[in-house]
Design a protein around this ligand. Sequence first.
Ligand SMILES: Nc1ncnc2c1ncn2[C@@H]1O[C@H](COP(=O)(O)OP(=O)(O)O)[C@@H](O)[C@H]1O
Ligand SMILES: N[C@@H](CCC(=O)OP(=O)(O)O)C(=O)O
Length: 375
Amino acid sequence: MISSAAQLLGARRVVVKVGSSSLTTLDGGINLEALTALVHACQQLRERGTELVLVSSGAIAAGLAPLGLRTRPADLATQQAAAAVGQGLLLAHYTRVFAEHRATVAQVLLTVDDLIRRTTYTNALRSLEKLLALGTVPVVNENDAVATAEIRFGDNDRLAALTANLLHADALILLSDVDALYDGPPDTGGQPVARVRGPEDLNGVTLGRRGRAGVGTGGMVTKVEAAQIATSHGIPAMLTSAANAPALFAGEQVGTFFEARGRRRGARLAWLAHLAHVKGRLIIDEGAVQAVVRGRRSLLPAGILRAEGDFEASDVVEICDAAGAVRARGLSAFSSEELPQMLGRSTTELGADLGPDYERPIVHTDDMVRLEGTL
Ligand SMILES: Nc1ncnc2c1ncn2[C@@H]1O[C@H](COP(=O)(O)OP(=O)(O)O)[C@@H](O)[C@H]1O
Ligand SMILES: N[C@@H](CCC(=O)OP(=O)(O)O)C(=O)O
C-alpha cells in the first residue's frame, strides 16, 4: 500500500490548493502569519525539486476589509469588486514572501471558458508549463473580477483538481482549516478518516457545505468532489489543514489520503464530465448510441432525432438516448439554429447541398466524453 508520504516525496509536480479560511482572519483581513508559514512550507517541496502550482483562494475575503465590508457580499458585482481589490493584495504578499527564498511568483487567473475551448485550453497549458520551466511559482485563482455567475467555477477546489489534471500533476493537495475529512462535521463529534480507497469509503460520511463563518465557499462537499476528480484521473489527493502543511511536506502521515483509482488520461475533456455548463441536448437514435458510446465514433447528423435548447457552435451539449438518459457530453460543432436543416441527413448529402463545411460531424469524438463510469 503506497503511503501519502511516499507519493509526495517522489512527486515531480504537485498542485497545492489553499482555502480562504486558512488565509484570512475572521474580520476579513489577510492572515499574514498563516500566509508566510504556507510559503515556507511550499518551499520545502520546491527545494526537493518538486514543481509547485499554488491555487490560492482568498481574494474576495481579502478585499472585504479595504472596502469597509463586514461579511462576504451576496451579490456578484460586489464579490467581483472585492476580488479585484483582494487579489492584488494577496499577490503582493505571495511575491514578497516567496522572494525571501529567491523565488519568483506568477499570477494566473482563469475562467471556466479558459479550460473549455481548445485554443484557450492549449494557451493556459502552454503558459503554465512555461512558467514552471522558468522556475516560477504560478499562483492560480479564478478570475473573479470578470467571471459571471453562469461561467464561474465557483469554488477553487474543482479549479485545483482540473489544474492538476491539466498539468498531469503527481498529487493534488487540498489545504483547509480542518486537519482531515471527518465522518461527520467535526464540530458535532465526527471522527477523522485517514484513507479513502474509493467511493465506498465515503458511505456514511456526512459532508457539510459551509465552513467557519461562511468564509470558504464549498465546505467539504467540493473538496471531496475535487479529490474524486483527481483520483478518477490517476492523481492521488491529500487533504489536511494549512497548519499541517509543513508536516505533510516533510513526509508525515497527516490528514486524509485519497488513493488514485483511474488511469491517467487526457486532461482536456475532464471538465466536460465534471463541470460543464450544458447549453442544450441532442437526442440520438439507437444506431447512433451504438456508434458513439460503444464504438467511440463521432456523432453524425444522420443519427440525431432532435436538438433542444439554444446554443452556439462550441457550446457544451448533452447527448441523450431516445429514453432521455444522458450518454455523453460534447462540444457541438454547430449552433442550435444551424442544426434543424441537418438532422437525419448524411454528411455527403449535406456537403453537396450546403457546402463542404457541413460535412463535419456534429460532435467530433475528440470533443466528447462518454459518461459511463465517470459520473
Ligand atoms: N465531514 C467533514 N469533515 C471535515 N470538515 C467538514 C466536514 N463537513 C463540513 N466540514 C467543514 O468544512 C470546512 C472547510 O470548508 P471551507 O470553509 O469551504 O474551506 P476552505 O476555505 O478551506 O475551502 C471546515 O471548516 C469544516 O468545518
Ligand atoms: N476565487 C475565490 C475563492 C473561491 C473559493 O473556492 O474559496 P474557498 O472555498 O475558500 O477555497 C476567492 O479568491 O475569493
